[in-house]
Every structure is written in C-alpha cells, then in structure tokens.
Design a protein. Structure first.
Length: 518
C-alpha cells in the first residue's frame, strides 16, 4: 500500500485536477461520502454527532460528511472555526449546500463548542498541509476534543499531526479512527502517528492509480509479502536452498550466535554453518544440533583474531551463498580488524548487525567498500551511533534518517523498532506493520539477522530478504501474542514460530492493519 507525504499529496491533488480533469469538488464529495460511510459502519447506533471544522479544504470535507450524515437521519451539529463568508472555493460550495438543506452550522468565534451528549466527534480541522506548530485557539480546540469521552473520527489525518514524520506539531488530536484518502499518509503509519490515528481506514476517492506508481513509500501488506514467498519444488534438496555462513559469538555471547543460526534454518535456508571463535566452540557444539559449526582462530580475549579472516573467507569460498555477521562478536580491536577484512572481500550478500554495526560506527565508510550492497539491521541506538547523533533524533525522524543513510552509503537499512523501516540505496522506503511490544526482549534482533540471512542464502535478493524478513519476524511474534495473551515469550520462541508465520502469510486473505473504503 503506497504512502504519501505532504509534498506528494499536494502534487497528486494538483495532477488529478489539472491533468486528469477530476474537479476538486468531486474529490471532496468522494472523500466526505467515504468518511460518512465509515462512521455509519463503525458507529451504527450513534445518533448525535458533532463535526468540527477548520478554515481550509479539510473543512470542506467536513461539510460533505455532515450533509451525508444528515441524509442518513443523524442529528448533526457543525462547528466552524471562522465566519461562514470567509470560506472559498470547493469548501464554500459545500458549505452552501449544507446550509441549503438546513444544516446546523455554528461559528465558534474563538470559543470552544458546546457538544454535550454527543455520540461521535468528527475532526475536520487540519489536513496534511499543516506546516507550523499548532497554537492559540486551535491548540485549545484540539485539547478540548481530546478531553471528550465521545469517540473521535479524524478526516484524512488527525489534526495537528505531521503528515511526514507522525510527530505532533505542538498539539494533535488523538483519534479513535482515521479515514485517510488513498494514498494513505506516511505520518499515520509510523510511530507516534499510529497511536494518534487509532483504527485506520483507507478510502478510494478516485485518485488515478497511475499517480501512485512512482511513490517511493510503501506499507507492507500480507498480499505483497505472500507474493514474495517462493514455492518449494517437490524434487528439491538441502542444496537447493542455499548455505548461510554466520560469523558470531564471543565468550558469554554464544546465545546470540545460536539464535541467528537456528532462525536462518527456520526461515528455509538449506544449510547453515556457524563460524565462532575457538574459545566458545565447546559451548556451541553442546547447544546445536542441525546447525554446523566451525572454529576460527581467536585472540587472547577469546574474540575473533584479526587474522581469522582468512579462515572465514575460506569458508565462504566453500559454496556459501550468503553471510551474516555481528551478533555477539564484541567490539574488540581484533574483532574490528577481522570484520573489516571479511566484509570488504566477501562476494556474497552480507547482513550486518549488533557488534558489527558498533564497530562500523567508528568508520561508516567501510560500507562503501563492500562488493555487494550490505544489509544493516540497527536498533535506534546503533543507528544513532552510525549517524553520529542521538537516539532521540533518530526516533524523531526514523524514515528520514534511514533514507539518508541508505543513499549516502549505498546499503539497505533495516531500522528496527515499532514499525520497522526498510530503506534502499535507491530511495525506496517500506514500513513494516507487524510485531508487538512483547518483542522488546533479548535476542529478537539476532533472530531477525538469521531470518534475513537465511532468505538471502536461498537466493532472495537483498530487498526481498529485508521485506519478507521483517514482516514474517513480526508476524511470528503476533501469532505468539495471540496464543499467550501477554508478553514474556522469548526470542527462541519467536524463532520456532517462523514456519507458522510463513504459512499464515501465504494463506492470509485479508489485511489486519487497515481497512479499505470504496
């Protein structure tokens, strides 16, 4: 599902009207009718509703909504932020139509509306074009809406929310449901915008699909990810599905290595070899069954020796089809030298995580030296170190930070966290809606590394590996949460749920993170 920004939304509206000849008043009518239909479907027993309108075209949508709800027999009051005579264009046309049918329109004149005993509040104050912080009367109005007990439905985007970042611009409406107009807005599909939007409905208002083709932002869906999964042939064998080499672990961190390797097998990789420092070989051998292991030269502190790269590259030359490196390798000086030598000479797809990223953060230019564009899977703290900034800055603009880094260093970035962001060297951005807060536990990132590496080993390209990897990883945790009803499951339990996640994605017939309105 394509996602638009403020700039993209403006351009799509302009082209729809100017190039395709769809009048703005028709788009407004379609939008208002779709929102009214969604409200009637979601709140069938609601009778008394209040529409609160700002001063722009979003108010025009509100006028259309009010007219359709009145036609459905609902008791509707409309509260406008400016005098009636100040509305212009399509908004004025629809205000006049509302008044002609006897609509109850009240001018607020700087005062808060009186909406006692209202069943539903409709927020039509600001749209996607908001480019300033909300203050004064509008700030008071938004806070007033948030204090009400009645559910709130926002039109296109909760008023006061930044359409690009999902950050509130001073104050923002906390909606129970948002009916957005296709393409959906990026800011309500990333956090914190997800929390402000509530239930998300996407309405088709007859924007030409041709205008969505070049949009670089997309929300992952079950349909898209199901289409990525390759069917396995009956006459295949383990060699058909690739061989992943995982370089991971150090004293006290053998678990990270094992989690990654076992997740790769569960993601479908035919063979997985775990390359470990000799210091932990006994511990790893005791804990693994299906995963093969190979001991590499270690340094005095038990981490990979700087010269162990020759052994690692020798392993890669033995028909390995992908490499995953980083979980638990430590940030020792010898491990750093080992890492740089391996990834700059590796000729197969490589996934970098955890300590590998902390080492690279000292010199991100290493990423330009890889022979194949690397996949990196940082959490916000690791991303901050890579960018030389703070975690707060990363979380404040996850899409922007991820995109800029991908383009600068020519790598694929999987920025983990709620609504994981996948960005590509070419500027494409994908938002993953699967997953839940129970994943905030040790080892889940190691599992994701193994999944992506396992998919790459099977021959999925880097983008496919990232997209399918994050989606099925999050969905596996969602399936677990459905079973347990609470947090407390572990990373290894998520790993064991990967095959069920793949099956569920392939058999899914409906989307679970948004609904559509025609």
């Amino acid at each position: 599902m394509k996602l638009s920004t403020k700039q993209i939304s403006r351009e799509i509206d302009r082209r729809t009207i100017e190039e395709f000849g769809v009048p703005g008043v028709v788009l407004m009518e379609n939008a208002g009718r779709a929102v009214a239909s969604s409200i009637l479907a979601e709140y069938p027993s609601a009778q008394k509703m209040a529409v609160i309108c700002g001063a722009g075209n979003n108010a025009g949508d509100g006028f259309v909504i009010a007219r359709h709800l009145i036609s459905s027999g609902k008791d509707i009051s409309v509260h406008i932020a400016q005098k009636k005579q100040r509305y212009k264009g399509d908004a004025k046309t629809n205000l006049d139509s509302l008044l002609e049918i006897g609509g109850d329109v009240k001018e607020l004149e700087g005062k808060l509306p009186k909406i006692k005993d209202t069943d539903v509040i409709i927020d039509a104050i600001f749209g996607t074009g908001l480019d300033r912080d909300v203050g004064g009367f509008y700030e008071r109005l938004i806070k007033f809406i948030n204090r009400q007990s009645a559910p709130c439905v926002s039109v296109d985007i909760p008023s006061g929310l930044d359409a690009d970042t999902g950050q509130p611009k001073g104050a923002a409406v906390r909606a129970d449901m948002t009916v957005t107009f296709a393409p959906a807005k990026l800011g309500i599909c990333v956090y914190p915008g997800v929390d402000y939007a509530g239930k998300l409905c996407v309405a088709d208002i007859t924007i030409p699909k041709l205008l969505e083709e070049d949009i670089p932002f997309e929300l992952l869906t079950f349909r898209k990810c199901a289409g990525l999964i390759r069917k396995r042939t009956a006459d295949s064998h383990k060699g058909t599905y690739g061989h992943l080499l995982v370089l991971a672990g150090s004293p006290g961190k053998s678990g990270a290595a094992i989690l990654s390797a076992e997740a790769a097998l569960r993601a479908g990789s035919g063979l997985v070899t775990l390359g470990i420092p000799d210091s932990i070989s006994a511990a790893v051998e005791e804990k693994t069954t299906e995963v093969m292991s190979v001991s590499l030269k270690d340094s005095k502190d038990g981490t990979f020796h700087s010269d162990a790269h020759e052994e690692a590259l020798g392993e890669l030359a033995e028909r390995k089809t992908a490499l995953a490196v980083g979980p638990g390798i430590s940030t020792s000086k010898s491990a750093g030298k080992f890492l740089e030598k391996v990834i700059t000479q590796c000729e197969v797809p490589v996934v970098l995580d955890a300590d590998a990223l902390n080492i690279i953060s000292k010199n991100p230019e290493i990423l330009r030296k890889t022979k194949v564009p690397a996949v990196i899977t940082p959490h916000p703290g690791e991303m901050a170190r890579l960018c030389g900034t703070g975690t707060k800055q990363v979380q404040g603009d996850r899409v922007g930070v991820s995109t800029r880094f991908s383009e600068k260093y020519g790598c694929y970035v999987v920025l983990k966290g709620a609504r994981t962001v996948v960005s590509t060297p070419g500027g494409e951005v994908f938002i993953n809606p699967t997953g839940n807060s129970a994943m905030a536990t040790a080892g889940t990132g190691d599992v994701l590394t193994g999944i992506i590496g396992g998919l790459a080993a099977q021959g999925y390209d880097s983008l496919q590996s990232c997209l399918l990897g994050v989606f099925l990883h999050g969905h596996a945790a969602d399936l677990l949460l459905e079973e347990t009803g609470t947090a407390g499951f572990t990373a290894s339990e998520i790993s064991r749920k990967i095959p069920a996640s793949i099956n569920s994605i392939m058999s899914s017939t409906e989307e679970k993170h948004f609904s559509t309105v025609r």
